[in-house]
Design a protein around this ligand. Structure first.
Ligand code: ADP
Length: 479
């Protein structure tokens, strides 16, 4: 609109100046050229009628009204149809002084700008005997100005429509995604991480929108992880407190009973003390497990890494559990399948003779701890007359240890959770046994610290816990 206004104003000003200037020059020239012929009238050589006819002729030719006035300003002759005209005293004085004057005025009668030129008429002696006056409306100009104004009006309308269209388009493409991003950013600040910008164009704004969405997704992931971690931590503290409370309550109860002198019978007292000892040992186990776990987890554990022969470890652990297995009437055995197609061989004899080895890079104590936990579970959850088998072998280029039992098994819905801390399939059953629910979590930490993986398959009558360890060297040369 501003541009159109400036262009229109300038154009009409220039147009006006040019057109009026041209017309002024034209009329001045005509007046001065025709004036000498009018002197004939003042000299008495031509009648008023002839002069009127003569002026009427020029009226048509020039397109202006003509008057012949005397030195007093009185009209002597007028071209056909012209109304009376009068000059201001100043103009008349100038004409009488021999000057051609130009004046412009607005005529309400014709509703137009009028251009008036008056030229002096000289007699043969060079004196001014009167004046020749020409007047014409400048309506040719106002018509042209009308056309110009109309053109300007139409172009303004078209320009405004075009500008509105462009503005709408741009606001659609620029403002919409920006507004969306603004809304989404405010949402993010409030923790609504599912906020996304949907208006993704191919330009720089679109790039910004994509980056924004990426940012939102990453923030969401971080927040989720933090949330989960926070939940785990809280649950962990709750679990620890819960686990500590039970033995402490028991110990306190029995100690108080004895302090109160309620227990006279030495046999009962002995039994109480045994219970207290059991609970204390359970507390001890719990604290040790927790300590182990936190050390394993923080990576603070100073792990002496060496080349370890799994046969050796398995042999040691089996020896350790043999009495317990015998006591429970469980058959404990070990097998090695070091190469596919070979007959499995008794580990103890193999390790003992030193002729075979599966060597991994790791810490012997930790691997033994993992295996101990698995065997401890296998014996604990296998009723009498069962069988527990430890198998070691090489599968897909990795050492693999499996502990299989013929026990109660784990319900399928619990299988994914047994590796979690404090998870117990049957709370009551575990408590009686003094399990902490941390054993498998420790196994998993140890195995993963060694770069291996834990696995589990279970059905009633056959539960197999296994783990893999990366191999250092597979020595079967003597085999
Ligand atoms: P806990 O000290 O209670 O044994 P674990 O982490 O070692 O804790 O085991 C978690 C749970 O998994 C146990 O409470 C038990 O219910 C189940 N579980 C572990 N090993 C076996 C198994 N060999 N047979 C059946 N259930 C098992």
């Amino acid at each position: 609109a501003v541009t159109v206004l400036v262009v229109g104003g300038t154009a009409s000003y220039l147009f006006n100046t040019y057109y009026v200037g041209e017309r002024e020059m034209e009329l001045t020239h005509d007046a001065q050229a025709i004036a000498p012929f009018a002197s004939l009238y003042f000299a008495g050589n031509r009648s008023a009628r002839d002069t009127a006819e003569f002026l009427g002729y020029f009226d048509h030719l020039v397109g202006a009204w003509f008057w012949l006035i005397d030195r007093h300003g009185a009209v002597r002759v007028a071209s056909g149809g012209a109304d009376p005209v009068s000059l201001s005293p100043g103009d008349l004085g100038q004409v009488n002084g021999g000057t051609t004057i130009i004046s412009r005025s607005f005529s309400h009668l014709y509703n137009a700008q009028m251009l008036l030129v008056a030229a002096p008429v000289f007699d043969s002696a060079g004196r001014v005997s009167g004046g020749l006056v020409l007047e014409t409306p400048l309506n040719g100009l106002s018509q042209s100005m009308d056309v110009l104004r109309r053109l300007l009006f139409y172009s303004t309308v078209v320009a405004l429509l075009a500008a509105t269209g462009v503005a709408l388009l741009l606001s659609g493409r620029l403002a919409k995604p920006l507004l969306q991003m603004n809304r989404a950013a405010l949402g993010l600040a409030k923790g609504e991480y599912d906020q996304r910008v949907t208006a993704v164009s191919q330009d720089e704004i679109g790039q910004l929108a994509r980056s924004f969405n990426f940012l939102a997704a990453e923030l969401g992931k971080t927040a989720d992880a933090q949330h989960r971690l926070e939940g785990l931590r809280r649950q962990f503290v709750a679990n620890v407190s819960h686990e500590l409370r039970a033995p402490l309550t028991a110990i306190r109860g029995f100690v108080e009973a004895m302090l109160d002198g309620l227990v006279d019978d030495p046999g009962v007292r002995h039994r109480y003390l045994e219970i207290i000892l059991g609970e204390t040992m359970r507390l001890n186990r719990l604290v040790n497990d927790l300590l182990d776990l936190s050390k394993l987890e923080s990576g603070n554990l100073e792990m002496m890494v060496e080349t370890v022969n799994l046969f050796g470890i398995i042999g040691r652990v089996l020896t350790k559990f043999k009495p317990l297995a015998d006591e429970r009437g469980i058959l404990l055995e070990a097998k090695a399948a070091t190469a596919p197609g070979r007959e499995p061989c008794d580990v103890q004899c193999g390790a003992g003779s030193g002729s075979r080895a599966i060597k991994v890079q790791g810490n012997a104590d930790r691997i033994e701890q993992a295996l101990t936990n698995l065997l401890d579970n296998a014996l604990r959850y296998t009723p009498g007359a069962g069988r527990v088998t430890v198998t070691v072998g090489i599968v897909a280029g990795e050492a693999k240890v499996e502990v299989a039992d013929t026990g109660v098994g784990i319900p399928p819905e619990d299988v994914p959770y047994v590796w979690d801390r404090f998870f117990k399939v049957d709370k009551a059953r575990s408590r009686a046994d003094g399990g902490t629910g941390l054993g498998l979590a420790i196994v998993k930490e140890i195995v993963e610290l060694h770069g291996g993986k834990v696995e589990l398959s279970s059905r009633p009558g056959r539960t197999v816990f296994g783990f893999t360890l990366p191999l250092t060297q597979f020595d079967n040369s003597a085999g």
